[in-house]
Design a protein around this ligand. Sequence first.
Ligand code: PMP
Length: 315
Amino acid sequence: ISFGVPYEWVFVDGEFVPSEEARLSVLANVVSYGTGTFEGIRATWNEEHRQLYLLEAEAHYERMGRSARILGLELLFSPADLVALTRELLRRNQVRASAYIRPLLLLAGEQLAVRMHDSGSRLCIPATPMPGDYINPDGVRCMVSTWRRSRDTAVPNRAKVIGSYVGPALAKTEAIRNGFDEALLLTADGHVAEATTSNVLIRVGDEWATPPVTEDILEGITRRQIMDLLREDFGITVTQRRIHRSELYACDEALLCGTAAIAAPVTEVDGRRVGDGRPGATTLAVQRTLRAIARRDERRHHDWTTPVYDEGEAL
Ligand code: PMP
């Protein structure tokens, strides 16, 4: 996948600057230590509506606010202000295609000291064209990684910490090198946590389950959407409970979900077929619904999307 050339204007600390001015020093604290937090937000272009829709932008900025609090950093804008700024960013860039927004709150100062304080935090919001499918929406073959999630006592995964993606990156490369598409990571205790950048849900018989937020996962916004849709469309209440590795091997359906992945069926784990090895019917239904909601082609959940352009403006 390729994210394409970033859009020209970038929001940096209260103003919109050309992308060549949105630069960090190689001595920026975050470059050495990963000190900061980030988000990833999807915007979906609807050609029929001539409109661009942000998906759950406010929820992403609320999570960024919580991440900032955990790290002891200050996010100077409210979630509502950040949504407004993001709309403005996309309008300035005249984005009329699906896009990916990458808000970053990072320590940009050149102090090479390992600490969170007094290193000059900076808020940057660049946007890029949305790449194609991040993982195969028709079926993902997973391996359980030899790498595990860090514990909340070491690095708080609840905060989307920039430096905490080294483990998932190692896991992803390990999975690809071993001929799989994606890695599933266990907690330090050996319970199922999540994939590299998506949450996992499984079905065993009639029960859908997903690890609780205390299992060192990132509490995904898509995970929450899927739990809502399973309840509304299928009357299913997802159980949040510990999941054993061996349950992955014997489950009837499994899916990965995230802003990039949307909802992708897992068809294989460590060489064992999930169910009959074909994408789960419920997973595919939820994937279709989520895609329709993202471009507002669905009656429900208009509250999950925000139009970027004012009425008539994008025409
Ligand atoms: N887990 C991790 C580690 C992630 O990076 C992501 C992507 N943000 C997710 C789960 C899914 O979260 P969301 O649905 O909010 O994108």
